[in-house]
Design a protein. Structure first.
Lengths: 161, 161
DNA sequence: TCAGTTATTTCGACTCCCGAAGTATACTGT
DNA sequence: ACAGTATACTTCGGGAGTCGAAATAACTGA
């Protein structure tokens, strides 16, 4: 049996999830970039010239999904596709000036939504919230997840042999 | 400029979101219930006989979305629809034995991961965590900004160039 | 050269989520 | 009693995400 408190906490977490999701949607409407698209775009920027397969692997998407997303990004002229001359099976992705701008203009939904209010809280309250959240992370076993910027970007090096 | 605390909190939240998302995907895929469906189903169980509207309101979904999800749940015989005799505009939702089993068999990923540890905490700590999370919810909900004004905030995660 | 592997795309199928329009029902003021 | 309005839900249409399976093209090893 679960305590009232446990359930309340779980519900609160879901609400946060939900709020973030909604925010992402609104943002997408405003900036022409959905969260997934932004993720892929950032990945391209981060890795420079890269391939769909590498992105799929890093973000844990299917190849088909990445193709799909890149289709949209390309349609908006945010990325370019170019066959690799060495290995003609591969496609090299490049980010355009427009794509860079798009990244710069697409604020992290979470921050956008959250920061303003948070900074107005008293320091002790901020600290309390942080402590609580970190506790939650521990409990969820989320500590091992790389929290960098939005993605779990880890060190998935594809050793080129 | 963002304080250390703010950034730490954001990181923590992202970790929670990511962890939730990942585990949700995994487990939901294994049990024939998507996260959204499970959410709705749980909501029905929690509230007993309830209506689509109430659920939509509670989970912050659109009515159409809820109808949609309930369609699927009904197709799997997890919920029943029944016109309210008092107010024939309303539909009363009920959960079936199958629905209950489904919930039992696909435990909320969060609960899985989370509950055991959480229940071991002292009551005051549980209460603190809940308070903090609810504060976060408030902060997120409070900002009901629309698209336009957020475009000027490109300097979010980086120092003002 | 031929078979097997690898990289990507295409295709088809779900789901999600939403807004707008539609339908049926209830309520309200006169 | 009866328009007019409000409420509850469904239907419709559409954009996006996600995936698996099959197709295509290209590289690689024997």
């Amino acid at each position: 049996m679960q305590s009232q408190l446990t359930n309340a906490v779980l519900r609160a977490i879901r609400r946060i999830l939900r709020a973030t999701d909604q925010r992402g949607r609104k943002l997408a409407a405003a900036t022409n970039l959905t969260p997934s698209q932004l993720l892929v775009l950032q990945e391209i920027e981060r890795r420079g010239e890269t391939t769909p397969g590498a992105i799929a692997h890093n973000l844990h998407f299917g190849q088909a999904t990445v193709t799909n997303i890149i289709d949209r990004l390309e349609a908006q002229n945010f990325v370019t596709r170019q066959r690799n001359e060495r290995d003609k099976r591969q496609i090299l992705l490049g980010i355009t000036a427009g794509g860079l701008t798009a990244i710069r203009m697409s604020p992290d939904p979470l921050q956008q939504q959250f920061s303003a209010g948070f900074e107005d809280l008293s320091t002790w309250e901020q600290a309390m919230i942080l402590a609580a959240l970190e506790r939650v992370c521990d409990l969820m076993g989320a500590t091992d997840i790389d929290a960098a910027p939005l993605l779990d970007s880890g060190t998935i090096d594809r050793s080129p042999a």
